[in-house]
Ligand binder design. Sequence first.
Ligand SMILES: C[S@@+](CC[C@H](N)C(=O)[O-])C[C@H]1O[C@@H](n2cnc3c(N)ncnc32)[C@H](O)[C@@H]1O
Length: 402
Amino acid sequence: MDEPAAPTPLAELRTPEGAALLAAATELAERDPARAAVALRAHTADPALASAALNQATLRLAARAKFGADARLMFFTRDGLEQATRPAVAARRAARLARTASRVADLCCGIGTEAIALARAGLSVVAVDADAATAAIARMNAEALGLAGLIEVRHEDALVTDLTGCDAVFADPARRDARGRRVFDPEGYGPPLSALVARAGEVPCAVIKVGPGIPHEAIPSKAEAGLVEAEWVSIDGDVVEAALWLGTAARVPFRATVMRDGEVRELTGEGEPAPVGPPGRYLYEPDGAVLRTYLVSELARDLDARLADATIGYLHADELRPTPFARAYRVGEPLAFNVKALRRELRERGVGRLTVKKRGADIDPDALRRQLKPEGPNAATLIVTRVDGKRVAFLGEPAGDV
Ligand SMILES: C[S@@+](CC[C@H](N)C(=O)[O-])C[C@H]1O[C@@H](n2cnc3c(N)ncnc32)[C@H](O)[C@@H]1O
């Protein structure tokens, strides 16, 4: 095992002179990025150091949206920043792991985002990355945030690192190929999902991050991995990640974690098929995390709602109930999908601002909006979908984020 040492120019940025140079580079990059490189020459005669300082300054500025105040203390690589877990998601996961574990191996630690969250949740961490520069940055970040006492960083292969003393594994494999393209097949991850599941079997509990597009068939079975919980997480309506909880950490087959405006809600269950029935006055568009987990039936029960087509994830109900797990629309009767008739309907209602949504209909919402030529003072939402196998359109408006 190698002790990850900081690459030379980066190490110099941690000396008092280097830190002053980095502060100057940050100020210059923020004020006038186009002229920052030239202006920085007045602060150092070392071009490699100036370039490293400007690179870090630029990355720190870019990292502010994700890392908040920590960004001004941390070190980054471009890839490391892009691949880093959102800290709010990492913190939540760490708090949950802290209830079952005390020493965690963060396999594939990257720049250390999850290791930092785990340490802040009170766990001791072995953070492992196969890339020397990335492991060195994880070490620098643990030190910069005052967590070096809790995080042991190793430059090592996740598949061979010694797990003695660890009672949990967290793994976040690389999901991009050498050309930076996303890898969807879990066996194409670096390391492959099955190899990480095997490592997870060495400790009582584990969490493995996977791509949010992972098909349910690729989730390891109970026979392969013991108890498995598949969790999808959304932030402000976007599905941002999925994770498999294994062993004693697994609680339910599926969990949808919905984070919106800083609040976190969870829906859990088995992912059974939802009931089917006629459309009603309200149409609910479930959050992506609910759809990905197939927890639509659990949501249907809470909302006293049903699907209007067994294959389409919109829910229909006769009364409006508050839910953080779906967006509600007040809608009229389903209309036949006919562009001319819809255009006439919109004219009659004076609809000039039209939002087009679709599910289960092979249409291009932008092209349809252009074809419908909306005109008038009113706003409406057109939802193109299927009812009982037939293509229909619902005209309505948001019923508020209830
Ligand atoms: C998705 S990134 C991890 C991001 C990290 N969890 C974070 O939030 O900052 C994946 C990392 O896996 C590392 N990696 C790939 N194969 C590995 C292996 N066999 N052993 C250890 N690390 C590996 C890559 O170098 C990369 O830093």
